[in-house]
Write a protein that binds this ligand. Sequence first.
Ligand SMILES: [Mg+2]
Length: 168
Amino acid sequence: MISIIYPNLYVDSLFDINLQDLKKQGIRGIIFDLDNTIIPRDQKYFSADIAGWLLELKEHNFKLCIVSNNRRQHRVSYLAQALDIPYVYKAGKPGRKAFRRAMQLLNTDVSDTAVVGDQVFTDVYGGNRLGLFTILVVPLPGKEFWGTTFFNRRLEKLVLAKIKKRLS
Ligand SMILES: [Mg+2]
C-alpha cells in the first residue's frame, strides 16, 4: 500500500534526469511542479541554467506543462509564459483533476506522461494515483509555504529514508 508514495525516480537535481531514458520509456509529456522544483518559491525569475534546461527539453520534443498548487495565477501564468508552455494553477494536488487537465493540454495520456516535483504527498502521490511516471527531485533552496514546512515536510522526512533505501 505504501508504494503509492514512492517515486519511480529520485534525483538530487533536475539535471540528473536522463532525457534519453525518458525517451526510451516512451515519455512524451512532462508535468512540472513549479515552486521549489523549477524555481525557488521566493524567486521571481528562473535561473538561467534551469530555463535553459527546460528549453532544451522542448527542443527534444518533450511537451511541458506546469501544474502548481500555488493560488497566485499571475505568478504561475507569468512563469509559464516565459517558457511558452501551458499551466494549471490552484491545482489541488494530490487530486487527480489537474493532472488530467494537464494531459489534455499536452495531448498525452497516463502511459506517456511523467510528473516532476519536490513533494511526496502532492506531486508523487498525485501522479502515482493516476499511474504516471513520477520523478521526485530534492527541493531547490528557498523559503517555503509555512503549511508545507509544518505538515508535508515533516511527514516526508519519515518516508524519504525508506524511499532512498528502496531505490538504491
Ligand atoms: Mg513544490
